[in-house]
Design a binder for this molecule. Structure first.
Ligand code: ZN
Length: 388
């Protein structure tokens, strides 16, 4: 996370003495030192904090590095992220989020950071561990395509965590009792665009009209601010606008990640996808069931897929009565099975980020991918660890 320090953080309140505030500032600076988040501040603010004799050597080393960073990259680096955290005086008791056209700013009182759990790496919570790992490889690839981030040597740091399917909302709530920043990502399970979200996303309070939400008793105020109650972690649930994570993976990446020992039939199935992709629209690729394929039953239950099949096959196809998907014998495309994601994650782990970036359309028109990578970048950005 990008964290901006304001200049009145050591103003005491009846609740927060100077030494308590100093401990909070120390924790924040150590997060920068250890490369868990990025801190920035105006040079003058940094000079003031550098004069505080009670800060540790490591905290002072962090202040010096932050000064260099700000001198080189400017405070405008903030514009590279969807939002940033602004640390404000302890007299503000709650987290508030101000949203306007230019910026979203999350104002967090410094008292939040008294416990070092508040300054650990952001938690990326996915439905399965492969999802969370995939997101991190994805955003590491993404930053290699952004000049300003490369120049600033922005790193990605997060702790991938998972909570399978139905239990993810329970795990999310449990994690939020701690103060570590947490981004929870789920897919929509929508079989066609624009339909109701599946239960996993629904249990997190997400739907077509609300694809992401700050968590923990967040209140929308009439002045456009969002207020999060005291003692809540900064956390957000986010639905990726695809059927499943597999839909985010470009076909060529699936092909490259598949062991060469896979039989020809498997690669034939990939060729079908490639052929269909030469079709003019790409939206279907986000919603087709990559694991289980497409059957006549699907086109009978969803007009969207009936239209799709008509455009790719150019002839009318129908099967005899089938009442269940599993009974349907007319298979248009058999699907790639459920090992795709684990193979892709394994491949990404041993491939360089710039090489992975070549597979993705980061700067093109894929909104689902752009939204996801920007969200991930904002939560996971970090400085380089200081060796001191
Ligand atoms: Zn059928």
């Amino acid at each position: 996370m990008l964290i901006f320090l304001t200049d009145n953080l050591l103003e005491t309140t009846p609740e927060y003495s100077e030494s308590r505030l100093m401990a909070c500032l120390e924790n924040l600076l150590i997060a920068h030192f250890e490369g868990k988040h990025i801190l920035i501040a105006k040079p003058k603010t940094l000079s003031n904090y550098q004069r505080e004799s009670k800060l540790s050597e490591r905290a002072k080393a962090a202040l010096a590095k932050i000064k260099q960073f700000v001198r080189k990259n400017g405070l405008d680096i903030k514009t590279e992220f969807l939002f940033y955290v602004q640390i404000v005086a302890a007299s503000q008791s709650e987290i508030t989020i101000s949203v306007n056209e230019q910026h979203t700013i999350v104002n967090m009182p410094i008292g939040y950071f008294e416990d070092s759990s508040a300054t650990q790496k952001t938690i990326i919570l996915g439905e399965h561990i492969n999802d969370a790992e995939f997101f991190l490889h994805l955003v590491r690839a993404y930053i290699t395509t952004k000049k300003a981030l490369k120049t600033a040597q922005i790193k990605i740091q997060a702790k991938p965590t998972h909570g399978g399917g139905s239990s993810i909302s329970d795990i999310f709530q449990a994690l939020c009792k701690d103060k570590t920043f947490c981004l929870c990502l789920v897919d929509t399970d929508c079989k066609v665009p624009g339909t109701k979200f599946g239960n996993t996303a629904k249990n997190l309070g997400l739907n077509q009209n609300k694809q992401q939400e700050w968590q923990n008793s967040c209140h929308f105020l009439s002045n456009g601010f969002i207020r999060i109650e005291k003692n809540s972690a900064l956390s957000k649930a986010f639905a990726i606008n695809v059927h499943e994570i597999e839909n985010l993976i470009p076909t060529v990446l699936i092909e490259n990640s598949s062991p060469k020992t896979m039989n020809n039939q498997f690669f034939d199935k990939i060729d079908v996808l490639k052929k269909w992709e030469r079709n003019k629209t790409k939206e279907w690729r986000k919603f087709i069931d990559i694991k289980n394929g497409l059957r006549c039953y699907d086109i009978k239950t969803h007009k969207y897929w009936a239209n799709f099949i008509q455009t790719v096959l150019q002839e009318k196809q129908d099967c005899n009565e089938c009442h269940k998907r599993t009974e349907c014998e007319m298979i248009f495309w058999v699907g790639l099975g459920d090992k795709i994601l684990s193979q892709v994650v394994e491949y990404m782990a041993k491939t360089t980020s710039p090489k992975i970036a070549e597979f993705f359309d980061f700067n093109k028109n894929d909104n689902s991918l752009v939204e996801l990578t920007n969200e991930l970048l904002t939560w996971c950005c970090a400085s380089e660890r200081i060796r001191h």
